[in-house]
Design a binder for this molecule. Structure first.
Ligand SMILES: Cc1cc2nc3c(=O)[nH]c(=O)nc-3n(C[C@H](O)[C@H](O)[C@H](O)COP(=O)(O)OP(=O)(O)OC[C@H]3O[C@@H](n4cnc5c(N)ncnc54)[C@H](O)[C@@H]3O)c2cc1C
Ligand SMILES: O=C(O)[C@@H]1CCCC=N1
Length: 387
């Protein structure tokens, strides 16, 4: 058993959201313990892997507005840690003129986000090697790009430790006792703190079951596919190929997205924004790869420069809420317990801001943004509160 200790705050889960929350708390002078069940770094949750998309192209204003600050916080971390975490590539958004594409375009315009609308007749001049589907239109969110995910986790955890924060990995939290001092039991010790932040990704409901709460969260296994370029480099970051988001296409019910080839030379990451249900500890027993067939059909039609057979397949997990919006809130009864969950496959880019917001909630401050879209009580009819 490790040494017991009292902290101002304990954060459970060292994924992107827990790591940034711990870092913010330490920056604000709080003695903070970050607990992680696996030995770090690990690839069993949602935050591992080389890359993520960062963008302002959203269908809700509040995400676009929040991204303004998130970009600034990412660049602050880059400066503090002396590492490059973001590469601007732009995000090519393609889809039928009406529907989600139009909503995203309106949001970008309303919020003055720099973008380029590509006329179909000049599309291939700007974006070679891509066939814009008949009836589709396209724009580029200029602000968007690639975040180096694994590197970002290393950077934020390193900065947290430099501020005196303690990371205890390889210790699974097995019970939580609420109170003025919250007691957290792990496989290796017992810890106490005035405040607790739960950022446990797909395992959130297991942890919430110790404190009388359940959220309507669905866990999905996402197959992360890389596809070989026929002409190496033709979709590469070095050749200024952008990230892309394909909305509403005949092959797919859900979005398809991709990032330029970079981390594995000659391979481009293209994935389906949907997966099959799993339990977090049984991810590798979920073998459904039907999304691969959807992607093959789409790539054959729209990305003729890729071999339509996956070259590399990795795995990752989404924790999805019914409306795909995050959960950022205090526990309904124990207000010294804060929950950050349900990032629904789009939370990485917000990491630094989520950390700041969860820190503000934890310190009892008025949060910097209106958090009503992220409240637990929106799930009234879904939530199985055992309180
Ligand atoms: C394939 C894929 C592509 C994505 N693409 C994008 C993208 O392009 N842009 C974007 O913005 N977002 C993207 N996302 C989403 C983003 O990566 C997630 O929203 C984010 O990583 C969620 O982080 P988290 O900290 O909530 O969860 P996690 O990273 O899973 O962290 C939770 C941590 O809690 C730990 N934990 C759980 N239970 C316990 C316990 N009992 N005791 C101790 N520790 C515990 C876990 O081990 C884990 O390390 C993508 C996600 C996936 C899977
Ligand atoms: O959040 C993102 O940018 C990616 C791409 C679109 C679907 C989900 N994640």
């Amino acid at each position: 058993m490790s040494t017991e200790g009292d902290y101002d705050c304990i954060v459970i889960g060292a994924g992107v959201q827990g790591s940034f929350s711990a870092y913010e708390l330490a920056k604000r002078g709080r003695r903070t313990l970050l607990l992680e069940q696996f030995v770090l770094p690990h690839s069993r949750g949602s935050s591992h892997g080389q890359t993520r998309i960062i963008r302002k192209a959203y269908d809700q204003d509040y995400y676009t507005v929040m991204m303004d600050e998130s970009y600034r916080l990412w660049s602050q971390l880059e400066e503090e840690a002396g590492v490059k975490l973001y590469r601007q590539t732009g995000l090519l958004v393609m889809g039928p003129e009406n529907g989600t594409y139009q909503v995203i375009k309106n949001t970008l315009q309303r919020n003055g986000v720099p973008m380029v609308i590509l006329q179909p007749e000049e599309f291939s001049k700007h974006i070679p090697h891509v066939n814009l589907a008949d009836g589709d239109v396209a724009l580029v969110d200029i602000t968007a790009g690639v975040l180096y995910a694994d590197r970002a986790l290393r950077a934020v955890q390193g900065q947290f430790q430099k501020l005196g924060g303690i990371i205890t990995d390889g210790q699974k939290v097995t019970d939580i006792r609420p109170g003025d001092l919250v007691t957290v039991m792990t496989s290796g010790g017992v810890y106490r703190a005035k405040n607790l932040v739960v950022t446990a990704g797909c395992w959130t409901n297991t942890l919430l079951s110790y404190i009388g709460l359940q959220l309507p969260l669905q866990v999905l296994k996402i197959n992360v596919y890389y596809w070989k370029e026929k002409d190496p480099g033709c979709y590469s970051l070095q050749n200024r190929f952008p990230c892309f988001l394909q909305i509403e296409c005949p092959e797919a019910e859900h979005h398809i997205y991709g990032l330029p080839s970079n981390e594995y030379p000659g391979l481009m990451k293209v994935c389906y924004h949907m997966g099959s249900e799993t339990k977090p500890d049984e991810r590798d027993r979920q073998m459904d790869k039907s999304d691969g067939d959807i992607l093959k059909r789409y790539l054959t039609r729209c990305f003729p420069g890729l071999v339509p057979e996956p070259a590399v397949v990795e795995s990752c997990l989404y924790t999805v809420t019914p409306d795909e919006h995050f959960v950022l809130d205090c526990h309904p009864v124990h207000n010294n317990i804060v929950i950050g969950a349900g990032f629904s496959g789009h939370g990485f880019k917000f990491g630094p801001l989520i950390g700041k917001l969860l820190c503000e909630l934890s310190l009892g401050e008025v949060p910097s943004y209106d958090l009503s879209p992220f409240r637990i009580r929106r799930f009234q009819e879904h939530s199985k509160s055992a309180l």
